[in-house]
Design a protein around this ligand. Sequence first.
Ligand code: SAM
Length: 657
Amino acid sequence: MNKSDLSPDYRATCCFRCFKPGTLPARNSNVNDIKTGQNCHLEGVMSKNLSTNGVDIKKLLRCSGCRVVNYCSLSCQLQDWNEFHSKECTYLKDYLKKYAMVPSTTEVLVNRILLKYKSNSLFKLQIDMLTSHLEVLEDEVYRGHVEHLEVLEQGQHILERFSNVSSEYAEDLMLLKRLVLTVFVNSTVMYNEFLEPNGLMFDSFFALINHSCEPNILAIFQDGKLTLKSVLDIKPGTELTTNYEFTNLPTAVRKLNLQSRFFFECQCPLCLNPIDRMLAVKCAGCGTIAGSFDLTEKIGSRNQLKMIGGFRKDGRTCFKCSREFPETFDNISTMFQNCLSTFIKDAQTYQVANRRRFVDDEEHLIKLLGCNFKVLDLATAIKYIKMIQLLQQCAMIPSNFYLKSHLLNLVIDYFSESADQITFTRLSLLESFNELQNEKENSVIRVFQKTHVLKSIALNLLNLTEWLSKSSNQPKYQESYDEWFHLESQAIVALSSFYFSLQGFAQVSSQQSEVFKQHFEDMALAGFTSSVLVLELLGSTSWFVESYSNLKFQLILQKLSLLLKLPQLSLKFSTQYYNDISNINIVGSNLSKRIIQFLRHKNISVTPQIVQTPTETSQFEIIESDHPGWLRQEVADRLSTPAGSSYALLPQYLRPS
Ligand SMILES: C[S@@+](CC[C@H](N)C(=O)[O-])C[C@H]1O[C@@H](n2cnc3c(N)ncnc32)[C@H](O)[C@@H]1O
């Protein structure tokens, strides 16, 4: 769940009924218009499987009545027709006609809920029970809360469109308003097997589960079904909690997001802890947290890294185990500060805030900041908010593979002038990759452009693979280094600062630093980081296995060295680099297969380990019942079995201790 996921349109990527991946029908595809006795409109024929670079994706069938929804098969289309679509088809058609655009996924969902609400009394009862926060939003005071503006604006748009399309809706605006809010507060973004978002789900029982930043269950979507997995041992009677917000964001960011989308102040132990574990510096020896950055404090102040007694007086020795930190407290603080400043600069450059007009509105801003930020002048405060937004966007790259697909969306949103100028799906990336292979003949290295992020990344990947195929130093890469860095800077700097502040930096003792330096110089890091970014963006790889922390550290050091204007390091090719690449753990990524093919073609041997996405353990379907208490008890009872070993792929913080 994330507020930015409220309204994307997923219909072009999967079947509207079973969520199997697919692509839109070709515009001039064969039309085979079959009308059944039930007036079901069918357009297109099931085409041969598209096979691009080994990806098999079916072309979808489009309903020729509304031309809005798509299905993978006739059977899905008929099922959907019987349950919902026959009742919404005309409405969607009118909508398309009136607005020359298709309604967002949220709108379609609200419409379906409304239909069921009116025809099913049990469902109506369940919906009426759910939290909508309508009262809060009717309250003038809350309307001034900037963090709710986005939700309010979206809600308002939906209402306007609904009532413009159909007079029926205009008659019952109050109900519609409540349903819209109910959907906002209670719906969940679904993910496909590649962990890419592919729809919005509403389940009146799942909606009863509260949030925790340390949840005990994880919602998984498979084959159109919602499954709950325990991520901790759960004793019968324990309240089930899931995470509405990404749990590995800094506390301040999590809280802001939860407040703005779900209207509550999280009081979980993690949020109440003054130490923000996402911004903590830990001792590599004993794990003691030596300090933690506090985003609520004034930017520009040295006090940003809070001392909490983990360092001895010399500022670089662990209080508990006497291990020496690689840097003094002050240096760490300064470095972190520098990373943050870069964020701010980037944010200004790309005018992220332009998309969030309210940030520039002084009055709103002051309301948003409230008393916590009195110390900030307005200009600093604006910078601060921009930075928070960037953190939100960038902080989610590492460690949690459930975030990758989300990042993908953010990247589209962030880098493109208009989100629909670029379709950043796996398929399009692969296509661009091919396209660029030809372009590469001319040795063009593109400077990063907003609308060309996809191509730039693909090109970087191409550079990387070419680079890998040669054993000598490549001076041209040295020349293009700045461009590469530019391309990656937004995401990578964020990543660096986070990992630097997390375990990465502290894992390196001073004894190791020489070794690292050598290793670091030896690595073709610019290429490396590109490849990681690509793999990460594809959302289908877990990070690494053996080389995990090591490589991550390389990445961090490199970026930090640039930020801190340390001497440029030469970028030499090394066999170590191959080894590291081959250690990447691949979760069925087609792009990864493509890379491997490419590398093999260049006579580079790679033996990736294929790891399956976690599937089997502790799966329980949610079955409709008329009593929510039943759900909790039943599921809690069943989930009391210890979480099994198949959780190895879960993010660390979700693993049973
Ligand atoms: C999906 S609903 C969860 C079910 C809700 N508690 C109910 O009884 O209808 C989301 C809403 O529950 C409340 N909520 C969920 N988790 C919470 C938490 N950890 N602390 C406070 N309120 C929470 C918030 O009001 C939020 O908007």
